[in-house]
Design a protein around this ligand. Sequence first.
Ligand code: GUN
Ligand code: ZN
Length: 428
Amino acid sequence: MTQLILGQTLSFSGDPFVEGPSAARHETHGAVAIENGKISAVGPADDMKATHARAEITDMGDHLLMAGFVDAHVHYPQTAIIASWGKRLIDWLNTYTFPEESRFDDVDYAADIAGKYCDFALANGTTTAASFCTIHPQSVDAYFTAAAARNMRMVGGKTCMDRNAPDTLRDTAQSAYDDSKALIDRWHGHGRATYAITPRFSPTSTEDQLAALGGLWSERPDCLMQTHLSEQLEEIAWVKELFPNARDYLDTYEQHGLVREGAIMGHSIHLTPREITKMRDTGVTIAHCPTSNTFIGSGLCDVTGLNAAGVTTGLATDTGGGSSFSMLRTMAAAYEVAQLRGDALHASHLLYLATVGSAKTLGLSDKIGNLVAGNEADLIALNLCSTDPIKLSAARAENIWEAVFPTIMMGDDRAISAVWVAGERVRG
Ligand code: GUN
Ligand code: ZN
C-alpha cells in the first residue's frame, strides 16, 4: 500500500555551501510518497494526489516534512552523564566518562541505556546516529540490538583503548583486533547496521593498537572508521609528547593506515593546513560537535572554511560531551559558533549539515539524509510553531528560511511532530 504524506516539503538538489539556498527544494503544499519503506516520489501535493489516487493519505498540514536528522558522532554510553559540571576534556573523561563507561560490562545496564538512547534520539527526530560504544563487546551488541528493535539505520563500534585509561577499560592491540573483527562479522551489513572500527583517540591507543586496527580496516575495507581529532589544545600537546615522530595529530592515524575515505574525525577544530589538505585529498570527513565544543570549552570549529576547502562536514551532538540530544539545539550551537567566528550560517546550511552533510560524512548519502525518491523513508515532520514564542517570531516570516529559523534556534523535541523509520510512523 502506498502512503502519501502531505505537508510542506524540503529536500536538497545540491550543496548550499556551493550554490547557496537555491540548492534546496521547497514546496509549500507538497507530498511524499512511500512504498515498501522507501521514498518513491516527492512533489507538489496536487500532482502527487492525482498520480497516487489509491494511496493512504496522512495530512500533516503546514508542518515541514524533511529527512530525519543524522547525528554523525555520539557516545550512547554517556547518556546518563550528559550535562556533568565543570571539567575540561581530559579531566572530564577521567572524572565522569570512564567511571560511567566501566558500568557497560553489565549487559543489562548496556541494554537499558542503549534503549533509552535510541528513544531519546527518535523523540528528537534523529533517525540515524554514529555511536562510540565502550571497550566491552556486549555494549556493541546492546546498541545494535536496540537499533534493530526500532529498525533504525545506525553506525557504531567497540571503542578501543590500550593505554591511559583505567584497568577496567583497557583492552590490548590483539583483543581490540579480535573483538572488533568478531563484531564486524556479527553486525556489519546485518539489517540496517554499519560497523565503524573505533580507536577512541591517539592518546588512549598504543602504536601497536592503531596498527592492528589499521590492518583490520584493510581486511574489512567497507567498514567505517571513527575517532577523535584535534579537539582541545591540551590534548594536541599531549599527542605531541606521546608521538614525537608524528608530523601532526592526523599523522598519528595516517602512519597506521587509518586515513582514507570512510574515516570520520570527531571535532577537528585546531587543524594545520597540512591536515586540512590531507583530509580533503583522501576523503576523510569531519563531525562538527558545536554543543560539545562550547560545553567542554574546546574551541570554535571553522565549518565554513572546511567546506570551502572541500572537506565533507556533518553535524553531531557528541552526547554526552555535548549538552543535548537535539539536532535542533545542535544547529543553534553551530550557528552561534560560526557567529563567534564572524560568519552567519544560513538556515539552508544548518539543515543541510544535519541531514545530507552528516549522511555524506557517514558514507550513507545514497540511502538516507534527503527527501528524494529512492532513499529510505526515514523522515520527520517539524512543527514550525511548537511554542508560543516560536509561533510569534515565525508569524513575521516572509519565506521558508525565516519560518524555520526560530525553530532552529529555539526548538526542541516539542517541534518534532512525527517521525517515520523506514516508512513506519514511530512517533507522533
Ligand atoms: N576524546 C576522546 N574521547 C572523548 C569523548 O568521549 N568525548 C569527547 N568529547 N572527546 C573525546
Ligand atoms: Zn566524541
